[in-house]
Write a protein that binds this ligand. Structure first.
Ligand SMILES: C[S@@+](CC[C@H](N)C(=O)[O-])C[C@H]1O[C@@H](n2cnc3c(N)ncnc32)[C@H](O)[C@@H]1O
Length: 225
């Protein structure tokens, strides 16, 4: 039986192999429009280029902008993510009232103390925000007069006052989350949705996370009166 030698290989096939070799050599670096080039090795192996690990929306985050220090009563790390389905909005849309040590880039942060480095220094009982402008509000005030005075050097804001103001700024149908030792009455124009117990672990008092929902505004009926 005759074995196929190099000369017996069909001409067309040899040309194809040579062509591939040349193409691979030529593609060793891929030239880009801006004059830069990158190795084509990953492409020839069928491996997609890697995506950069972080998408920077706010450059100042990368530039070491000042961040608040943690405060007593900070949220557990994963809490905000777990509350989002109840707040029914995107994380960056949450208005944080009494934001404490929440870092820059975490929604819109409002606190009475400049030392908390919030996005706006303001009283949660008189927010510089127009009616119905917030997708959702999350409030984490001091839980007692003693905590307000000793931990933050401020007056104790009554839950009813904070909730009334949150109900003004949240959009109709929007939700308010309230973290406290108390389960406060719903503010005017809102109804109670759900209350969860929040444990910080053994030896710590429980906190309640309560959600309220602002009623939808009544639709105008139209027609002449
Ligand atoms: C329990 S800490 C908030 C902690 C925050 N959740 C965290 O994870 O870091 C309470 C915060 O409420 C702020 N605060 C107290 N009274 C306030 C008021 N009337 N308006 C706005 N912020 C207030 C305090 O300055 C303090 O930073």
């Amino acid at each position: 039986m005759k074995h196929a030698g190099k000369r017996d290989v069909p001409h067309q096939r040899v040309k194809t192999v040579e062509h591939l070799t040349e193409t691979a050599r030529a593609k060793r670096r891929v030239q880009m429009a801006n004059g830069k080039s990158f190795p084509a090795q990953s492409l020839s192996r069928g491996v997609a280029p890697r995506r950069p690990p972080i998408c920077m929306l706010f450059e100042d985050l990368a530039q070491g902008a000042a961040q608040p220090t943690g405060v007593f009563g900070m949220y557990p790390a994963a809490l905000i993510g777990k509350l989002l389905p109840w707040l029914r909005c995107a994380r960056h849309e949450v208005l944080h009232v009494c934001s404490g040590g929440l870092p820059r880039g975490e929604g819109l942060r409002i606190d009475l103390r400049p030392a908390a480095l919030p996005d706006a220094v303001a009283d949660g009982r008189a927010l510089p925000i127009r009616d119905g402008a917030a997708a959702a509000v999350l409030i984490d005030p001091p839980y007692s007069k003693y905590y307000a005075r000793e931990l933050y050097g401020v007056d104790y804001p009554l839950p009813s006052h904070l909730l009334r103001e949150a109900a003004r700024v949240v959009r109709p149908g929007g939700r308010i989350g309230f973290v406290h030792y108390l389960v406060a009455n719903p503010p005017p124009g809102c109804h109670h949705v759900k209350t969860f117990g929040l444990s910080m672990g053994f030896g710590y008092p429980m906190r309640a996370v309560t959600f309220y929902e602002r009623e939808q505004d009544e639709l105008p009926l139209g027609g002449s009166t």
